[in-house]
Ligand binder design. Structure first.
Ligand code: AVJ
Length: 322
């Protein structure tokens, strides 16, 4: 009942090296948020999701706990659930439960970058859902979307957690358009998005009192030190997170505390930072219903369902390909 395909590039490391070099050589230095998530980074993110200041994860869980049945019905009782960035599938069980209750559940397709987690999750789920077929994909879903198994029996493609907010408008548009291109008329996308709210609350969510987000942010430097033989001094940078009202997104950076030169052995590269210079490590876009409708429209998708938590802080929306 379990089949897992691994599509990790032999050159994942080379891709990272290329990516990092490119980002560090920009006039405004930048690193991809992809590289936050080694084991330590994933643990730190788990801690973030439990912070008082950070509500998106709780809000999304509440929506799924309360309205999964409604979501599954609105999605046309799909036979399979495809989940992009499935991880431990913690919130997914609500959807699987509702699909089982509706009598439509056949296949779960977890898509994740971690082979270990995908195997473990699959193992647990076949026990919890007798008869469930699991067809897992281990890959970077941004690059390997086309590997998602096709089906004419209705798929619910879930992309939860608000991760879409990490993409710049251009990449987001390209990603959604590619997804739309893979979707049959009966398929539905279920997308999690954090919503625009009071900027003080947003800034607090990314500047928590315990400094967990600062540690998470700096973790990317640890990853580069390990993976690329870099020599970043974590104490020589500080965490900065501001809400950019014009772009409706959080803008997360590391600010150099001094003039410094950092050597990256495996890139054979020395990078200079001026004191106060900021390097962007992440954006996290916040949406409104109207804005998201437009984003969908531009990608060849049409919004067909909108589910928020009671406070209207977070939304799950359904969309179909036009
Ligand atoms: C996992 C990308 C949704 O953007 O809020 C949390 C990551 N960064 N705190 C987000 C994150 C800093 C998170 N996402």
């Amino acid at each position: 009942m379990i089949a897992i395909e691994v599509h990790l590039d032999a050159d994942t490391a080379a891709t990272m090296a290329r990516d990092v070099r490119e980002g560090l050589l920009l006039e405004r230095k930048e690193l991809s948020p992809k590289y936050f998530y080694d084991d330590r980074g994933s643990q730190l993110f788990e801690q973030i999701t439990e912070l008082d200041e950070y509500s998106p994860t709780r809000a999304e869980r509440a929506i799924l706990a309360e309205r999964s049945a409604e979501i599954v019905a609105a999605a046309g009782t799909p036979r399979s659930l495809v989940e992009l960035g499935s991880g431990s599938a913690a919130k997914t069980r609500h959807l699987l439960d509702s699909m089982r209750e509706a009598g439509c559940l056949q296949t779960y397709v977890p898509v994740d970058i971690s082979e270990e987690i995908t195997h473990e999750t699959a193992r647990l789920l076949v026990e919890e859902y007798p008869g469930l077929a699991i067809h897992g994909l281990v890959c970077d879903f941004e690059h390997h979307l086309e590997r998602i198994p096709d089906s004419d029996e209705g798929r619910l493609i879930a992309f939860l957690g608000g991760t879409i907010g990490n993409l710049y408008p251009e990449a987001r548009q390209e990603f959604l358009a590619r997804l739309a291109g893979l979707m049959r008329p009966e398929d539905r996308l279920l997308l999690g998005t954090d919503l625009v709210k009071d900027s003080a609350r947003l800034e607090a969510a990314y500047n928590d009192a315990d400094g967990v987000t600062a540690e998470f942010n700096k973790n990317v430097l640890r990853v580069l030190n390990r993976e690329l033989g870099a020599e970043f001094d974590l104490d020589a940078f500080e965490h900065v997170a501001r809400y950019d009202e014009a772009e409706a997104r959080m803008d997360i950076r590391l600010r150099s505390l001094a003039d410094q030169t950092v050597w990256l052995e495996q890139l054979d590269l020395a990078i200079e930072f001026a004191a106060e210079e900021e390097m962007r490590t992440e954006i996290s876009a916040k949406f409104t219903r109207e804005r998201l409708r437009d984003v969908y429209g531009e990608a060849g998708l049409e919004m067909g369902g909108w589910f928020t938590d009671v406070d209207g802080d977070y939304a799950l929306s359904l969309a179909r390909a036009l």
